[in-house]
Design a binder for this molecule. Structure first.
Ligand code: MTE
Length: 328
């Protein structure tokens, strides 16, 4: 987002998925499927769900089925799977939007563990199967608004992060939650670049992390997460700019102090800790008043008005009395 030499941040559009060579798309997809076949879903047979609803995946399947949550069954047109998986920000795999789809085949999403530590009564390390079984998987259609001025509508699969937080029992010191991405040069070629300080770190206030909207995300479009979208586990915080939604998380740490987050460290005047979607607070280099929906990028495509909190007004009470221009 910051890289000045990266022309997408300076008003010149990058290629859209329709212009990306079908071969690159094909290769990345094939890599993804191959990884799945190599046992990435191994061990998960049928899950016992609280509501005993649909939930089956086999060793040969990349499917991840969740029960559609009616509160987030958006009537907006979903972004196509192709656009959502070929127009990405994942700097660990390059700074161009097309890079992650082409390069993320080197990420191994299985085996994977997430260590949960810090100011909690029950520190634990959970593997992917434990995460998949921790709570019923829901499908929630959320808008994701990137600070660069584009948005998508994606059916994510997961459950409220609050479910996990309750299990680890934060102690009275816990005020913030830090999300830390994998930091492995062998799997992530982009880590050789100094575009950001690695690992990628993001954070939320504990009450933001506990808000039911905050989604511990394990899949999208009825499948496990593709590597380029943050396999095997990421956060999605739909009322905040997309960079708050850290991908490929290996550590969740509860802290007393506000965490130092990757983009905030890199340019504190451009990327605040809160980063709530707010059409009235512009980024120094981009207006935030409007956005373009990926997939509607024709010559005559209209820009959409950006909504406060990306339209998720139910979070407004988290910020009562706060000056959101100061705490941008
Ligand atoms: N997480 C990590 N680890 N590295 C990144 O570069 N980019 C962020 C966020 N999470 C990023 C990340 C940004 S800027 C956005 S807009 C979203 O991921 C994009 O998510 P998507 O590619 O699934 O749409």
């Amino acid at each position: 987002m910051l890289v000045k030499r990266n022309h997408n941040h300076n008003g010149i559009d990058l290629p859209f998925s329709s212009e990306i060579t079908p071969r690159a798309v094909f290769e990345s997809r094939r890599g993804f499927i191959r990884q799945m076949a190599l046992g990435s879903i191994a061990g998960s047979a049928l899950f016992e769900m609280a509501n005993r609803e649909v939930f089956a995946q086999s060793a040969s399947s990349q499917k991840l089925i969740g029960v559609a949550n009616p509160a987030y069954a958006s009537i907006e047109k979903k972004t196509s799977y192709k656009d959502a998986t070929t127009y990405n920000n994942f700097y660990e795999f390059g700074t161009d939007k097309a890079d992650p789809a082409v390069n993320a085949g080197s990420l191994k999403p299985r085996p994977w563990t997430v260590s949960i530590e810090g100011e909690i009564k029950k520190p634990m390390t959970l593997d992917l199967d434990s995460l998949l079984k921790l709570a019923p998987i829901e499908e929630r259609i959320y808008r994701l608004r990137c600070v660069e001025g584009w948005s998508m509508v994606i059916p994510w699969m997961g459950y409220s992060l609050a479910q996990l937080i309750k299990k680890v029992e934060p102690n009275s010191n816990a005020r913030f939650v830090e999300f830390i991405t994998l930091d492995d040069k062998k799997q992530m070629p982009g880590l050789r670049s100094s575009v950001l300080q690695w690992p990628y770190v993001e954070g939320l206030r504990l009450d933001e992390a506990m808000h039911p909207l905050t989604l511990l995300t394990l899949g999208m479009y009825g499948e496990v997460l593709p590597n380029q979208n943050g396999a095997p586990v990421r956060i999605v915080v739909p009322w905040k700019y997309g960079f708050k939604s850290a991908k490929s998380i290996v550590k969740i740490r509860f802290t007393k102090e506000q965490p130092r987050t990757a983009w905030n460290v890199s340019a504190p005047n451009e990327y605040g800790f809160y980063s709530n979607v707010n059409p009235e607070v512009d980024h120094p280099r981009w207006s935030q008043a409007t956005e373009r929906r990926i997939g509607e990028d024709g010559l005559f495509a209209r820009k959409r008005k950006t909504l406060m909190f990306n339209g998720y007004n139910e979070v407004a009470s988290l910020y009562t009395g706060m000056d959101l221009k100061k705490y941008f």
